[in-house]
Design a protein around this ligand. Sequence first.
Ligand code: PMP
Length: 404
Amino acid sequence: MFNVEKIRQDFPILQRQVNGKPLVYLDNAATSQTPQQVIDVIVDYYSNFNANIHRGVHTLSQEATDKYEAARQTIQKHFNAKHAHEIIMTAGTTHGINLVANGFSSLLKKEDEIIVSALEHHSNIVPWQMLCEKTGATLKVIPMNTAGELIMNDYDRLLTKNTKLVFVNHISNALGTINPIEAIIKKAHQVGAAVLIDGAQACPHIKADMQALNVDFYVASAHKMCGPTGIGFLYGKEAWLHKLPPYQGGGEMIADVTFEKTTYADLPHKFEAGTPNICGGIAFGAAVDYMNNIGFAAIEKYEHELLEYATAELQKIQSLKIYGTAKNKTSVISFNLEGIHPYDIGTLLDKMGIAVRTGHHCAQPIMNFYDIPGTVRASFAFYNTKAEVDALITAVKKAQMMLS
Ligand code: PMP
C-alpha cells in the first residue's frame, strides 16, 4: 500500500524550512532527495569498512570489495543486464556518454553518420559533436513537434546504411516526454547502427529492461534515483564493451604492464581506471533497493496522478502556457507566464519555500524550438504530495500578481 506520508518520513531534508516556509521540493529532475536508508549506508561505510577495493588482502578491503561488487549485481538485476560485468561504474550519465563517444572515435570513418534527437540534454549533444569533429562523421537530428514529441517519420528518413550510432534520451529532462525508444532501437538495428539511450530521467520513474530493449548502451546517474552524486553506470552489451577501447588508462584497468606493451583487464575493470567512488557505488545499490521496496509500478501510478492533478490546476491559471504536452510523459511540467521571465518566477517561488528549476535546463535547442529563453520546471517525485501541488499553484498565482 503506497503511503506517501510514511515515505516522507524517510527523507530528513523534507522536514526543513526554506525562507521560513516548509520546503516544497519540486526540482527532482535536477536531483532527487536521499532517504535515511541510503544516508545510513554512507555513514556505515566510512564508520566501519572504508578501504580501497580489488587489491587488498586485508579484511576491510575484502568487505568493501564485496559490498561494491554486490551493488554492481543489484544494478545488474534491476536493469536486467545479462552479466554483472556489462555494468560499468561511472561518475554519472555525462561520464558514461563520454566514455562511449571516446571509444567510438577510433571506430568511425568520415562517411559515417550519427543521429541524435531534438530533445536531448547538452550532455547527449556536445560529446557527439566533438566525436564528429574528430572523425569527420556527420551529425543528424530527429526533429520534434510542438507537443514535444519526436517525429518518427523523419527518423525513418534519416536512417541510412551509413548510420553507425543513434543517441536518444529515454525521457526528456526539459519536457518530460517519454520517447518511443523500443521503436528507435529496432529501426536503428535494421540498418546495423548501435544505440545509446540516456536514461538519466527515466531511472527514477521506469524500470528499464536492458535485455528486453535489446539496447547496446544505456546510461544513468544515481543522484536522479535517491542515490548520491558522482556515481552512475554505463550498461554496454558485452560484445560492444570488448570492441570499445578503454577511455582512461591507469591502475585497476590493466592485466599486465611493461614499458613495451600493456594489456587490459577483463570487463568491467577495463573501463574503471583508478580508485572508484566506492562509497557512492555501495550507496547507489542501497538506493536501487530502496526504490524497489516501494515498487516502480506504485511509483509510476502515484506520480501520474500528481502529474494529471498539477497539469489540470496549472492550466486554470490565466496566461500560463505549458510546454511539452506529449501523450506519453512523466511527472515534469515546464511552463511560462506570459510577459514574465521564468527566473523572476523561480526567485519568488523560492521566497515561498518552493524549489523549482528555471532556465534552459541544459537543453537550449528545445528552448530555441519554442523561441523562449527558458521555462519554469516543476518536477515531481513519489514523495511529493497533492498539498505541495496546491502550494505551487497558490505561489504561482501570487508571483503572477506581484510581477504583472
Ligand atoms: N541527460 C539527461 C536527460 C539529464 O537530465 C541529465 C541531468 N540533468 C544528464 C543527462 C546529465 O546527468 P549528470 O549531470 O548526472 O551526468
